[in-house]
Write a protein of this length. Structure first.
Length: 481
């Protein structure tokens, strides 16, 4: 993937994409604001969610062991995956052991993070997405661009064309003469997926929450596809990030109030599925793959760890002016928008131009912090990660404390900031510099050359006043003379 500025330079030129995003995000944003306003104690609920998450993260080792014990006691099997490669190997081996070559999937952001579909395909196993938006993305050979609505960048006409052209290659074809009416599109997807639900013997899921005290996993969704995946197959494999743990059912109650209103602007989700181990009327074999993949590294960062509070509601995306214009693909990650800008560089490390650029994919307006249901101070983390990119410094990488080198392209920036700091520490030099700038103001360019050129591509340099403030104050005594 190119860096964010390069990818965004292309996506912002797509008028249809920007129109789709603007319409969708503004609609969701308005509905969410109305749903949240119904609760007088929303701020208290928000603080409670943040406090529960922080307490859980401080004692995550204890709660994960409790979760493993609870799941095992209920008849499930727990697997620990340190990274994406290990998680993919575990899931592939579990599917192979059943003798099946097809799986149905639901709530799969973690599997997108690790590239599970591609790993299964290499092993000759076909993975079918069952969420409507994920199905659209898969049929179109596309990538998700939103946490809640992965196909938000597509309009109804585009979805109809995707169904007509590609649905037959994946199973049941689209009905003849399919229109772009939402009801017709939903019916086409329903008929296509029903065939797969009734045939599948293995399902792969994620989870919104895991309750440590009982070993219960929770999936909230709006379509019913999750219920089909979680009950019909004989084997269920759930791949879940370790940060999705909550200690008790009482803690879960808080998040089941926060998540629906922040994500779909509903008082509660139409489908809330919970399962604990195995049962006679559900999967006879249950496997839980607990995924790290950079999460313990993130946990070691006292500022950045608050990103692990995230409950994937996508509220921050819907209010972000940068996301609305650039779209989700520009972030090069299953986690787009403001939360992706702080989560992806921590999970992956700042090892490529993409991760180095993501902390700068923000105007720092703070709208994301205002709407976050678990009070993640995203602007604070963005500034923290910018410092790490520009200055380097200590960080935890794959469980080892190391020192990150400053990014090369920020050499000029570091030099300018050091010179600025030195100047501000020497008032006499600052005073002479201000006078020199004032006297040469007519010679100043409107755009910067060299490394500063990108900054002035979209803005002009401020006009230097004819007289420095210090001289004006001395001459007029602060305007009283």
């Amino acid at each position: 993937m190119p860096s964010f500025p390069q990818a965004a330079a292309l996506s912002t030129q797509d008028g249809r994409l920007r129109a789709n995003l603007r319409h969708a995000t503004h609609t969701i944003r308005a509905k969410r604001a109305q749903a949240v306003a119904e609760l007088d104690g929303w701020d208290r609920l928000r603080r409670a969610g943040a406090a529960i998450k922080d307490r859980t993260l401080r004692h995550l080792d204890h709660y994960l062991l409790q979760l493993e014990e609870s799941v095992t006691r209920a008849g499930g099997t727990v697997h620990w995956a340190a990274d994406a490669a290990e998680a993919n190997r575990i899931v592939t081996d579990l599917v192979r052991a059943t003798g099946e070559t097809e799986v149905v999937k639901v709530k799969s952001m973690a599997t997108q993070e690790i590239g599970l579909n591609e790993a299964l395909a290499r092993a000759g196993i076909h993975a079918y997405e069952t969420d409507l938006a994920e199905l659209i993305v898969q049929l179109g050979g596309d990538l998700p661009s939103h946490i809640l609505v992965p196909a938000i960048h597509r309009n109804r006409g585009e979805i109809r064309d995707i169904f007509r052209e590609h649905m037959a290659h994946w199973g049941r074809p689209a009905p003849e003469g399919l229109s772009d009416r939402p009801a017709d599109l939903a019916e086409a997807a329903r008929l296509h997926l029903r065939e797969k639900f009734l045939r599948a013997k293995v399902a792969v899921s994620g989870a919104n929450f895991m309750v440590a005290e009982s070993g219960t996993l929770v999936v909230v969704e709006s379509e019913g596809n999750g219920r089909m995946c979680l009950t019909l197959p004989e084997t269920l494999i759930s791949v879940v990030g370790i940060e999705k743990t909550v200690p008790t059912w009482q803690d879960l109650e808080v998040f089941l109030q926060l998540l629906p209103r922040s994500s779909t602007a509903e008082r509660m989700n139409p489908y809330t599925s919970m399962w604990t181990g195995t049962s006679d009327d559900g999967p006879r074999s249950f496997h839980l793959v607990l995924l790290d993949n950079g999460r313990t590294d993130t946990l070691a960062d006292q500022v950045g760890r608050q990103a692990l509070r995230c409950i994937r509601c996508s509220a921050c995306l819907n209010v972000c002016p940068v996301y609305e214009r650039a779209g989700g693909h520009a972030y090069g990650s299953p986690y787009p928008g403001p939360i992706g800008a702080i989560l992806t560089p921590q999970l992956r490390g700042v090892a490529s131009p993409l991760e180095e650029s993501l902390p700068y994919a923000s105007s720092l307006c703070g709208a994301c912090f205002e709407v976050c249901p678990v009070a993640i101070d995203i602007p604070e983390v963005l500034v923290h990660l910018r410092e790490r990119v520009a200055e380097g410094g200590p960080a935890t990488l794959r469980g080892t404390r190391t020192v990150i080198k400053p990014a090369r392209k920020h050499t000029a920036e570091r030099a300018v900031m050091r010179a600025t700091g030195w100047t501000l520490d020497h008032p006499g030099v600052l005073r002479r510099g201000q006078r020199l700038l004032s006297r040469t103001r007519r010679l100043h360019p409107r755009r910067l050359p060299g490394p500063g050129r990108a900054w002035t591509d979209t803005r002009e340099l401020p006009i230097v006043p004819a007289e420095p403030f210090r001289d004006w104050w001395a001459r007029t005594r602060g305007g009283t003379a």
